[in-house]
Design a protein around this ligand. Sequence first.
Ligand code: SAT
Ligand code: MN
Length: 587
Amino acid sequence: MTENQKVKKWVDWAVDLCKPNKVMWIDGDTKVLDELRNAAIKSGELIKLNQELLPGCYLHRSAINDVARSEDKTFVCTTKEEDAGPNNNWRPPKDMYTRLEGLFDGCMSGRTMYVIPFCMGPVGSPFAKLGVEITDSIYVVLNMDIMTRISPDVVKMLDSANDFVKCLHSTADLNEDNRLICHFPEDNGIWSINSGYGGNALLGKKCFALRIASYQAKQEGWLAEHMLIIGIENPKGEVHYICAAFPSACGKTNLAMLIPPEIYRKKGYKVWCVGDDIAWLRIGPDGRLWAINPENGYFGVVPGTNRQTNPNALATIATDTIYTNVVHNLDSNTVWWEGLDSNPPENAVDWRGEVWNGKTAAAKGAHPNSRFTTPARNCPCLSPEFENPMGVPISAIIFGGRRAKTAPLVYQARDFAHGVFVGSVLASETTAAQTGAVGVVRYDSMAMKPFCGYNMGDYFGHWLEIGKKLGDKAPAVFNVNWFRTDENGRFMWPGFGENMRVLEWILARCNDEINAIDTSIGYMPRPEDINTDGLGNKMPPMQELLRIDKELWQTEIKSIKEYYQTFGDHLPRQLWTELENLEGRLK
Ligand code: SAT
Ligand code: MN
């Protein structure tokens, strides 16, 4: 319970609307959480895994129609449509509230309502923000306990807080036709109904920490970004921090938990993970850009995680983890997924809950978007600065997409405003994993397209404003592309594990230790500036990886123009100028 009258009034209102049998406050008490876990095991919502092999680990299978974020059912409801922008689905708040009130009316009858005060960011940090999630799902309670900070201290903070984000969630009857994830940035509110999936239901994550927070950040002069944060320690023991934004399926989690190649480890290089998904960035008292990770855990894709691709993630998810929609190995009471090893279990149950034999089954056993929810504290490379209330100073911002030919391995923006341009035209080409044509360019500005809680044209303007305030203390901005292919369609860069070689060049640039070539698209390394020691027969064709195909870039300019036009008047003039300048340099 809290002393905060605003919170109490809101909870009372929600009780009247949802009509639960019982209300239960969650403050992180382990006894209460254990009871909930046991209730979930009893009801079949959770399966307790082999506690000797996987201590504290559980398996959950979602409804079959509820396995990913529902972007077409996600809305930003601002008074004026143009404030939501072409990047969001929009409805007038009044209409949406009416529809939602109808759906939420009595949705918790016969159920318990859980009220969860939570904190995004280190408790006590001036950057932290409070929320309260109301839910009828034990799975959501247990996931929120991993992903956010929940404790009696947070309840105390809430007692005297003026502001908190009101997060109302119910799984209702999981009916897809009535599934809605609605944001009311003008009221600090989120309403989500008929889904239990992470991004739709753990409202602290994408809904609050990106959509609502980006709106708040615009008003308050900071940035809420879809970025990992890592610290790179050099042999002198100095740590430089970078943020990086990638659209999905570009290896973001792997980069967040990177283990440097042996030649770097021998010299004393280390990579520390501050965050794998979201960064809140502010201008510090020293005028530099500082970042915190508002989250307290990782909600990552499971398939493909193995000892080679991400040993740190594998170690992290060996304890205290909730697995969702992976294979249940009945012999060992453990879990399995595609890409773990080449030894699938024969006596197993797939993500749908059906009998599954990995040796003979045609269909995949784990859902491609199956997930782990795991606490940050278990990560072997967790940064010692993770809980630092002031966050970490950022030397570089990296944008990266999946481009077969256009983008070179790495280039640096000419200045911060050019960096905003580079981020705004971040794009990925569709792969066979998506429906529709392969190789179609999709713009995903700053990897924020599904997560920016207001008009993206205004968002670009806000980035430019932040850049002006930072002046010469602004971080350097880079673009990377690990996905360039050769004439046979094979990736030229030898793999995520070698990305440290590119980071080394990026940091050398930040520290003024190396010159670069001034090209039409930005500053680039000479082929010999990327360290290829120890790559042996994995030696990439550096010349080719760094080649700029001017014809492809001319085509790119045309599609950027079309994309920019979708923002109408909201697109800052300065970005059109950046585009014209690029066009000029390419001539
Ligand atoms: O949106 S989630 O956080 O559930 C996962 C994702 O799609 O990035
Ligand atoms: Mn993400």
